[in-house]
Design a protein around this ligand. Structure first.
Ligand code: SF4
Length: 381
């Protein structure tokens, strides 16, 4: 698989928990210049890749942000056309776009669907208006449902709803209500992430002053289990610790990340990876524009991962996947003996029933899912 991530950094305002590479209050000039430089970077990056590996088409494209739908449908369609004009795209490629429920009219959704997007990732976050207010979101629950219905009418038959749980002060009943309203909409995919208090955000400052008390891990695990039960009963199966999908509707773009696959990336703050070579772009949008204008590249860092570092990533991410990771396939790909590298801990965790191994495929036992990251930390070499 070969993915492409395209970053659109603009948002109307910053949510107080957000530490993504975003830009607030962009003037028209910056937006115009950013789009022009992003198009240039797409052409450069994709043409170079198409030349070196002409037989490898893109299998997924993901427009993320920020809020990609901050741009007009026509501008977004031009960017997607640039991609199609520069590199082969597989006929069944998954082409996703993230969106927020506010300021998203049905005709814009229709235009995006007609332009080629076949998957919508909608950041509804909650169906509890009080929770949305505490999150600093600029939409309410009713708008979330209305946009979902509008997306269906616009032709999207693959919609993901993004939810946040473990919000300070949020009751378990409120979380159940959000899950039940989610299920009633019958989405193909749901992501449920616990709120994390990121350094430097307004939420972190409130937590430092004692005005925001994070939800304890044990209580988070209860809410996570609630999601698993309610979503599974509705036919949405957990395929990654925080992600649920109807069979066949798993996010192909993210699965490629989690399997340690290859992906190109354009836009400010974007990270790419090709066969153990990783690179990243300047994070701030104005500086990204400047670097692209002056140097024709906004790359500010790169590293080559050693086979053992790649193994650590495959273990860390693979254990979060229902499918786990394959020891023989990993050994072949990294030219090392994965079982030998992991041996002591692998044997111990398997004997204790925390890990399951079948025909060389290692997976987390269902009961250990809430502590997936801790298990991976023990296992990695
Ligand atoms: S809409 Fe998303 S990207 Fe934008 S500020 Fe809020 S959380 Fe961050």
């Amino acid at each position: 698989m070969l993915g492409l991530y395209v970053h659109i950094p603009f948002c109307v305002r910053r949510c107080p928990y957000c530490d993504f590479a975003i830009h607030i209050g962009a003037k028209d000039d910056l937006v115009t210049e950013y789009v022009a430089m992003l198009r240039r970077e797409l052409e450069n990056t994709l043409a170079a890749h198409a030349q070196s590996l002409p037989e490898q088409p893109l299998t997924s494209i993901f427009f993320g942000g920020g809020t990609p739908t901050f741009l007009s449908a026509a501008t977004l369609a031009e960017l997607l056309q640039t991609i199609h004009d520069t590199i082969a795209v597989a006929p069944d490629a998954e082409i996703s776009i993230e969106a927020n429920p506010d300021r998203l009219e049905e005709d814009k959704l229709t235009a995006l669907h007609q332009a080629g997007w076949n998957r919508l990732s909608l950041g509804v976050q909650s169906f509890d208006d009080a929770a949305l207010k505490r999150l600093g979101r600029t939409h309410n629950a009713q708008q979330g449902e209305a946009v979902f219905d509008g997306a269906r009418r616009a032709g999207f038959d693959n919609i993901s709803l993004d939810l946040i749980y473990a919000l300070p002060g949020q009751s378990r009943a409120s979380w159940h209500n959000t899950l039940e309203r989610t299920v009633q909409l019958e989405p193909e995919h749901v992501s449920c992430y616990a709120l994390t208090i990121e350094e430097g955000t307004p939420f972190a400052k409130r937590a430092e002053r004692g005005h925001l008390i994070p939800v304890e891990d044990d209580n988070q695990a209860v809410l996570m289990q609630d999601a698993q039960e309610i979503l599974q009963a509705a036919g949405l199966l957990r395929y990654e610790v925080s992600n649920y999908a109807r069979p066949g509707r798993e996010c192909q773009h993210n699965l490629n990340y989690w399997r340690g696959g290859n992906y190109l990336a354009c836009g400010c703050g974007a990270h790419g990876h090709l066969n153990g070579q990783r690179w990243w772009n300047e994070r701030a949008a104005p500086r990204y524009v400047q670097l692209m204008q002056e140097k024709n590249s906004a790359r500010v860092g790169e590293e080559t991962l050693t086979p053992r570092q790649r193994l650590s990533e495959i273990v860390m991410l693979g254990l979060r996947l229902r499918e786990g990771f394959s020891l023989p396939a990993t050994s072949q790909r990294l030219h090392l003996d994965a079982r030998h590298e992991l041996n002591g801990e692998l044997q111990d965790l398997t004997q204790r029933g925390i890990l399951l191994e079948d025909a060389g495929v290692v997976r987390l036992a269902p009961a250990a899912i809430p502590v997936a990251d801790a298990v991976a930390a023990r296992l990695i070499p």
